[in-house]
Structures are given as C-alpha cells and as structure tokens.
Design a protein around this ligand. Structure first.
Ligand SMILES: [Fe+2]
Length: 302
C-alpha cells in the first residue's frame, strides 16, 4: 500500500479530532501540485501501463485526487480505456441513463432528437461546478471518473478542476460549523426527475461531505446549479453554500484549467469540475468527442 488518505491516529475528517486534521492538512498543502504541468503524466499506451507510468499516475492522484494523462498513442478506443481503469483498480462502472452498453459514455453534441439532448453534457452549453453523480443513490456513489478526449471542439470546451479536499480545508479553516452543516444527512436534496408524469429518478437527499466507511476517504456531493435543487433551510447551510461559490470563483483558488487535446484525459477521485461552452466544427465527423467513464470504485492505493 502507498500512503493512504487516512494517517494513523484518527480521521482528519473527524471534527472531534483537530490534531489529526492539522497533521493531514499540513502534509496535503505541502505536497499539493502547484500547476497543471505538475499534474501531467505521459503514457505510451493506456491499456499497457508500464510500472513507472502507473506509479506516476498514482502519485498525482494521491496528492491532488486527479491526474492529467497524455497518450503518446493518440488513437485510443473504449476497450483500452476500460483496461486503463482496471489497472488502477477501477472495475465497477456506473450504469448511466445514456451510457453505451459497456458503461462508457460518448459525450458529443446530440441533434436534440434523441433522449440525450436534454442533458447538458450532450450540448455545447457551459456546465457549472459539480461532482459527478450527485443525483445517484448513496449505494451508487461515484468515487472516480475519467474523461478522455478523442476530438476537441473548434473553440472552447475548457475544463476547470478543483480537488474537493482543498475546498474542505478552506471551509473547515473558515469554521467547522460549515463542515458540520454540509455533513448533515439532509443538506442537499435533488427533487425527483419526472418526465411526462413518469418518475425516472426519485428524489435524492444526502450530505455534501461524507466519509467513505470502506476507505476513510472524503467524498463530496455537490452541484452549483440553482434550479431544481433544494438546500437544507438553515442559515449556516446557506452561508456554507455561499462560501463554496466564492471559494470556487476566487482568483487564488487552487483550480486547474486545461483544454484537453486528442489523446489527453483526466482521471480523478470525482473532484469538483466544470466545463466552458464551446463551438463545434461544422463537419459532423470533426465534432468534439469525449469519452466518459464513471466508477463506483475509488482509484486504488489512493
Ligand atoms: Fe461531470
């Protein structure tokens, strides 16, 4: 085992153990990557990782919960991405409404005729800050996520990413009452998805921050969208949500911004992310194409 998220002597995410938090916080801030370049790892073939490549990927994920990989071999298919995930302990793919049969979604602008056109990931509009699967039931929590770029947009389509552990630190330093409010089991409700009178997904109520009992890792469930969500009606919760918004927008926030090129990808323990809007090439075969895999597993050894 490499370094685990939980040092000996208690959980850093236990509000009753400030000493464990301080130790973890110090190490986290010391080792946190300073730029996108520090996060970048080149790999030859993602389906046949060399030991050194795997070690370099895991090092970035341990430090920042995310890595940006660049494949020297640019033509990468879904089978290769599945092997890549498996080599990093990711085997349980989430069954998603719009995923293809193998559980990996192809994000591309849909014509609006099919069912996928109603979901923003399948349009060219901007996507606001969120962690994946915030509308999933807790048994299907998304612990890791992969985005792999096959073709970028003609213009735009930039991603921003922020390690949710860094957001946790900023909030806890501002006041542990914010963490307490966000760990409340009714902190955030996503109303049922009802289409044409049919309940496609029931309401989901749960905390923003939770600690995974299996691994001791911190999980975040969040969306910055303003419509169709309900925050717990409590002044500290409201203040905490305002603070999250300000922290994500702050000029000095530890946010990584990048525009994926063909063969580039992001692998993360479901950190906060967003995407700018984009303009596609007019030719259909040159439209932006990104593969996305969502896993119930967390990246191994991180
Ligand atoms: Fe997402």
């Amino acid at each position: 085992m490499g370094r685990s998220a939980m040092p000996p002597g208690g959980s850093p995410f236990d509000l009753g153990d400030p000493a464990a938090y301080r130790r973890w916080r110090e190490e986290k801030l010391e080792r946190f990557p300073g730029s996108v370049d520090d996060l970048l790892v080149e790999v030859d073939d993602p389906s046949r990782l060399a030991d050194a490549e795997r070690a370099a990927l895991l090092d970035r994920i341990r430090r920042a919960n995310l890595v940006v990989y660049r494949c020297r071999r640019q033509v990468v298919n879904r089978d290769m991405l599945r092997s890549f995930g498996r080599a990093l302990g990711l085997s349980r793919l989430d069954d998603h409404l719009c995923a293809e049969e193998d559980g990996i979604s192809q994000l591309t602008v849909s014509d609006g005729a099919g069912q996928t056109g109603e979901y923003i990931p399948y349009t060219d509009r901007p996507l606001s800050w969120h962690c994946d699967g915030y509308y999933n039931e807790s048994e299907r929590m998304i612990r890791a996520m992969l985005l792999h770029c096959a073709r970028p947009a003609a213009e735009g389509g930039e991603n921003a990413l922020m390690d949710h552990e860094m957001l946790y630190i900023a909030l806890r330093d501002a006041g542990s009452e914010y963490i307490e409010a966000l760990m409340h089991p009714e902190a955030l409700a996503i109303p049922a998805n009802v289409q044409h009178g049919e309940v496609i997904r029931p309401e989901r109520v749960g905390p923003v921050f939770s600690v995974d009992p299996g691994t001791g890792a911190l999980h975040m469930r969040f969306t910055a969208r303003g419509r169709n969500i309900r925050w717990r009606d409590d002044p500290v919760t409201r203040e905490a949500v305002d603070r999250i918004g300000r922290l994500l927008d702050a000029a000095d926030a530890p946010v990584f911004r990048l525009r994926l090129q063909p063969g580039d990808g992001i692998l993360c323990n479901n950190v906060l992310h967003n995407r700018t809007g984009f303009r596609d090439h007019p030719e259909p075969e040159r439209k932006r194409l990104v593969f996305r895999a969502r896993y119930l597993d967390r990246v191994a050894e991180t």
